[in-house]
Design a protein around this ligand. Sequence first.
Ligand code: SF4
Length: 380
Amino acid sequence: MSLPRALPRALLRRSYGTVQSSPSTASIASRIPVALQEATAAVAPRTSWTREEVQHIYETPLNQLTYAAAAIHRRFHDPSAIQMCTLMNIKTGGCSEDCSYCAQSSRHSTGLKATKMSPVDDVLTAARIAKANGSTRFCMGAAWRDMRGRKTSLKNIKQMVSGVRDMGMEVCVTLGMIDDTQAKELKEAGLTAYNHNLDTSREFYPSIITTRSYDERLQTLAHVRDAGINVCSGGILGLGEEDKDRVGLIHTVSSLPKHPESFPVNALVPIPGTPLGERKMISFDKLLRTIATARIVLPATIVRLAAGRISLSEEQQVQCFMAGANAVFTGEKMLTTECNGWDEDREMFEKWGFYPMKSFEKGEEVTVLEGEAAPVAARS
Ligand code: SF4
């Protein structure tokens, strides 16, 4: 833009107040925790995070936190690519576990009817529909405590896994606890990832589930990892936990021998008839803060905006993507809860400049520097 010729010289020399009073780079940096400054410069994930470091990052003023998360997101990922996954319940309800949030536990009166496992052909048809609609990852969930004594079911699930892989899609299952042999069998069938959420911090966990321990969950994650299957493990927000529990969850997964390749962030969808049926949804700032912290601490991981997305406005979802979330569940249903549909997501992506991530775009593994200080590109 050219300036009008008649503009007095004095005015041209004048310094404007907003410029004069801008804080210096040094004063902004002094308000950013050292852990965040180091994380922002990192060029590879690390597993040596302390809980205090994660907490300092989590407590950073939200606009600084999301800005840092966006910068890290750009270094490790294509920030416009969002993975589209479809999650199908292949066996609904009747689960013997007592997870307080879950409609599928037989211990809660939610009115949900238990079903037998879906036939292999039905599942493959659903996967084909998901692929035709743009999903590149197909996840299958069964409401079981574990896979003990389920030989026929495992055989059928392996057929589903290899059938979905043959379609060129990534395939994930969530079947409760599995042992090392079952994990190896699923790997041989072509399984890409196994989902087993830690849900929350170790300390808060017993207030939510009493029928299996945090260590049992970690044991299943170890079996999955040892079998060479990608790990998908995250949490649920709004269970009544506090900030320190969200920090604890992120710290636990960040200090596993390898970071999970996928970290789902679910917002509790309260189901009437469950012990948490009356809870309010987590506030958006806490959800955003958790996503941004996960993006910073688990830089190469896919951060999955999972259950509860349907309650967010389009603008809130986009804020989550800008702060580092890069996967969604899309389709008709997400287990027993409503889900944003393919058409709606396509429209949103086009409007805001996002596009679907290709299958296997992120590769099979996250490379982590184990037990070392964060490698830095430059220190500020
Ligand atoms: S193990 Fe899974 S299906 Fe069973 S009650 Fe817990 S969350 Fe629900």
